[in-house]
Design a protein around this ligand. Structure first.
Ligand code: SF4
Ligand code: SF4
Length: 379
């Protein structure tokens, strides 16, 4: 927290308007699961087989300069060069969150060294029944729990990343958070599922009001004297936003995304807006005013941390007393919610994309580059 706060203070002092907090480094889209709410695996086979090379991954880390690197996917442990990528990022003293569904963790864990800079972020959406339903495969919850225990036993830092979908029962989520904390994890990353247009099922996603109501109900249950304290990997103000108490606009540049196509505009979640060839181009040439709640129909139900945690952190810098209150008291779970941001678009008019490099062109460029570099095939 100290290192990240120091970095943020430095960027603020320099007067930077848009700066990165977390680099979302997607080294591949291939996965060994096919979850109902996943928007990342709907690519043809030749795309799924592509990998970001070690060289390109570390170049992206250096180009962007974010103090935290999250490695989602696909399933990163499928990537043969993942240990080298992680080692290179740790050597730069950046904090790595290696996100995994944990199926392959026992096989690969000895390729990694415990470090204060490395955290395994295990995908776990709920208790056994809920998680296995969410990932559309029985037995995955048990593997994930076994992997958490293994990683903790070997001295690794471990968190879980939990996505909440339609039909969640707040009592069950609260019980699950208790169970997860009991496994010795450091914290929980939680987000309402973003309604990916490319996800196999659309009925699983929560609307904005339903998300806020659900989080209020969950947070209420975290306050009983019998509960073990839950530790979240989020700022107090982001949790307050999830509970409907902050009218935040998204700051997608705070979590820039790099993958096999280049720098994805505008964020980790929207996949049809094209790519920038460099980080500088992403920041300078993207028309950010086209994205965010009330500005773009695809943003309207989004409350994901990759869009709003950066906003909450900015707010904390501008209003430290408010941030302290949210951190000490937890999110407000009663009373009127903060107003929604006004809608600035007309339904059905559509939005022109802001891509200066069309997806087809970048796909072609990446394929050529990765083939000539001899990028590893699927394990
Ligand atoms: S584990 Fe993650 S990347 Fe794999 S299918 Fe599920 S949500 Fe998608
Ligand atoms: S609100 Fe922000 S993070 Fe969410 S989809 Fe839109 S641009 Fe991306």
């Amino acid at each position: 927290m100290y290192r990240v706060a120091k970095y943020l203070a430095g960027r603020k002092l320099r007067g930077d308007k848009r700066y990165p907090l977390v680099l979302m480094l997607e080294p591949l889209f291939q996965c060994n699961l096919a979850c109902a709410g996943c928007g990342k695996i709907d690519y043809p086979k030749e795309i799924l087989q592509k990998r970001v090379s070690v060289e390109d991954a570390l170049k992206a880390v250096d180009e962007c300069g974010a103090p935290i690197v999250s490695i989602p996917g696909g399933e990163p442990l499928i990537h043969k060069e993942m240990p080298q990528i992680v080692e290179g990022i740790v050597a730069r003293k950046k904090f790595v969150y290696l996100c995994t569904n944990a199926i392959l963790l026992s096989k690969h864990i000895d390729e990694y060294k415990p470090s204060p800079y490395l955290t395994f972020s295990i995908h776990l959406d709920g208790n056994r029944e809920r998680h296995d339903e969410s990932v559309c495969q029985e037995g995955v919850y048990d593997k994930a729990v076994a992997a958490i225990k293994l990683a903790r036993g070997k001295g690794f830092r471990v968190t879980i990343n939990c996505t909440l979908f339609n039909g969640e029962n707040p009592d069950h989520v609260a019980d699950f958070f208790d169970t997860a904390m009991g496994l010795g994890i450091e914290g929980i990353t939680v987000s309402p599922g973003y309604s990916y247009h490319h996800a196999p099922r659309q009925d699983v996603f929560l609307g904005r009001h339903a998300s806020k109501q659900l989080f209020r109900e969950i947070f209420k249950r975290g306050r009983g004297p019998s509960r073990k304290a839950w530790s979240f990997n989020h700022s107090g103000l982001f949790l307050d936003f999830l509970a409907g108490n902050q009218s935040y606009q998204c700051t997608p540049w705070s979590n820039p995304t790099y993958n096999i196509f280049g720098w994805q505009r505008p964020c980790y979640l929207l996949t049809d807006e094209g790519y920038a060839p460099t980080y500088r181009s992403l920041i300078e040439d993207t028309d950010w005013s086209r994205y965010g709640v009330g500005r773009n129909p695809r943003c309207d139900n989004c409350m994901a941390h990759c869009g709003f945690e950066g906003t909450a952190v900015n707010d904390a810098f501008s209003h430290p007393l408010k941030a302290l209150k949210a951190a000490l008291q937890g999110p407000k779970v009663k009373g009127q919610m903060a107003p929604e941001l006004p809608f600035q678009y007309v339904e059905g008019t559509g939005h022109a994309t802001v891509a200066s490099v069309p997806v087809s062109a970048v796909t072609h460029r990446t394929r050529d580059a990765s083939e000539s570099a001899g990028v590893a095939a699927t394990r």
